[in-house]
Write a protein that binds this ligand. Sequence first.
Ligand code: FE2
Length: 377
Amino acid sequence: MSTITKKMDTQEAVHDFLPLEGTDYVEFYVGNAKQAAHYYMSAFGFQALAYAGPETGLKDRASYVVRQHKLTFVLTTPLHPGNDMADHIYKHGDGVKALSLRVKDAESAWKETTSRGAKSYMKPQRLKDDNGEVVISGIHTYGDTVHLFIERQNYKGAFMPGYRAWGNPLFCPADTGLLYVDHCVGNVGWNQMNPWVKFYEDVMGFKNILSFDDEDISTEYSALMSKVMSSGNGFVKFPINEPAEGKKKSQVEEYLEFYRGEGVQHVALATSDIVTTVRALMSRGVEFLKVPTTYYDDLLDRVGHIDEDLAPLKELGILVDRDNEGYLLQLFSKPVEDRPTLFFEIIQRKGAKSFGKGNFKALFEAIEREQEARGNL
Ligand code: FE2
């Protein structure tokens, strides 16, 4: 028995041409990185980690790196117009530029993906300083979004060469219990979901672990389709949404209109205690979508036994869903910029490794109430 298991493991290893160790960091292009970094520290509980800018030899940008447990955000702003960063912000507003993935070999990751059809964004580069070496490479994905491959096992510094340690001993907000990136969702255009599913299958060796059609995800007014792509080891999950025909404009269409194209819709942040985390985030000003309290009337009939008391979940508006392995608790923030584009999900998994479909309707009806208030439904 053990021999067979081992043999299968070996075969799996042979076929995993792009072994990913998880998300290394998420980089946002923003209009004002100094203030964005302050928002993620004060509202979300990140800690200051590293900085790069004119003082460290970068003439075209400033980047602030903040961290909470295994979660790292890089907030980057251009110092001049007429470059990719400035054009990105002009077109999309603040948004995610790079979903960076940790690898053991960034050169191999670039070769394996570009040889399978990925468009190169950055050839492998070796960055060195007194703390060691980071190798970085990258490919394009949907819209103007990119995946960077980060190899950092030979680096001991704060973040990577070019950055210096950064922090203010007088400003260290407590963390909110956010642990790591659970998944990142992309919104793509009409009829583009399947081509991007094929991209993740062919170019990155991902598998489609779950599909929702417009019957699964629809309200009275709007609909969307979604397919969940996962790396072989499950450490990286990228659901992809596409709008579907409905009576009114769907939330994906609203996103595509205001983001001016395809891009990251939400980043899901994991916690091991969602009630404490959400309470802390709310007290610091993070705004969440509200479901009607009737959502809780038949919740336990839908999801079965849960360990948590219902009262705090109802008070905070936390949603519960189930897959065939367990359940999960989740809550969605309102967009974190003025365009109705990027938002965050807070998620706690209790056995469930993928997603349920029970929450979609409640969530979308909550989003539609917001869309209606914006005049975009
Ligand atoms: Fe999500």
